[in-house]
Design a protein around this ligand. Sequence first.
Ligand code: URA
Length: 232
Amino acid sequence: MRLDKFLADTTDLTRSLAKKALHREEVSVDGQVTKNPATQVDADSEVHWLGQRLSLVGLRYLMLNKPAGVECSARQGLYPLVRDLIELPNVERLQTVGRLDVDTTGLVLLSDDGQWSHRVTSPKRRCGKVYRVSLSEPLEGAALVEAQRDFAEGILLDGEDKPTRPAELLMRTSCDAELTLYEGKYHQVKRMFAAIGNHVEALHRESVGPLTLGELAPGEWRELTREEIAAF
Ligand code: URA
């Protein structure tokens, strides 16, 4: 298929706007910027427009407000799956971008674009994830200062060979914390608070990078905008 048709089929550009985008050198095919609308591409070609991967098989990017009692896993187990909340064709192609525990609520991203998912989760990209944490024990005074320093410097969790990456801890009230992580180890928030002698009673992810849930109610999902996809 011609590249200008590919662009018109996979974006909201008309064929003539697609040609203009090509002329402005906004499009690359398999890593090479191309201005030629007649370039032949197929479903295996890696076409990017303004940094966004385009695909004929329809790469999809969603955010969902995960309720408690729903699992991020791909396999049916004890709990309903995040995918069961999404009525879309071929929903099994969507993977969660990182995982939240079954009892954790909040922002989950899903996509079938593996490269994009890697960009969101790779610690090297320093994409901050903000968690709201309800603690069983108040954290204040000298213990809070020590916890903030330990989390900022990194702590060695049981069974790990490297300390956690620097994380930021703020308290909204003495039992209500806001923790920003730049990585995603297994049960990380719960293990970090356990390591300082506290216990997480409830956990909610408020944001991933620049994305927040906004008006999205628990169990609801929406597609990301082009700007949101390109923000990672
Ligand atoms: N850390 C946890 O402990 N649980 C989550 O679901 C996410 C981060």
